[in-house]
Ligand binder design. Sequence first.
Ligand code: GRF
Length: 203
Amino acid sequence: MTIRLGVLISGSGTNLQAIIDAIEAGTLDAQVAVVISNHESARGLDRARKHEIDAVFVDRGAFESPRAYNAEIRDVLRSHGVDWVVMAGYMRLLGREVLDFFPNRVLNIHPALLPSFAGANGIHDAWDYGVKVTGVTVHLANENFDEGPIIAQEAVPITPEDTIESLEAKIHAVEHRLYPEALRLIAAGRVEIVGRKVKISPA
Ligand code: GRF
């Protein structure tokens, strides 16, 4: 069954683009029903419009509380018949209003191997720390940043030849492959959440 995605972004939307590309290439059985951004000028909104996907700016400043803001996001997702919420560079904490409406159905991607280097600067923090291996994590979101059960991870080695720029490029390339891959598992009904763990059933 084709799953309907609601993608939350704040910026450039290259992960959104990777998901759209996988869908259009016929390798991911999903549909992006709506893209929501908390920034009006987010490039990802243009990407969505280019593919004739509803692109909605929800202005935090127009709501008197985080709850009202999150309730609006939930209502936009609900009105688009979304099954799964996909955070792709959405730089705000998601409220209970959304999480409770989509229990265990909100995904996030993080550019490091969680639980290492959580937070807004995963790539730089791993680089500054001097680790030899970092990577990418796709996980279920909960009410804390970068914390929920892990669906997929892939390691990225840091070699002596790397610079922060080359590391960023390597991480993003893995992200653009791993997010569609995780969504493929979900679309195939192969993902089961057992407490803090995610069981992936064989194909
Ligand atoms: C990605 O590195 C993602 O892991 C992080 O924010 C970045 C978003 O990039 N959460 P983009 O907007 O998808 O290009």
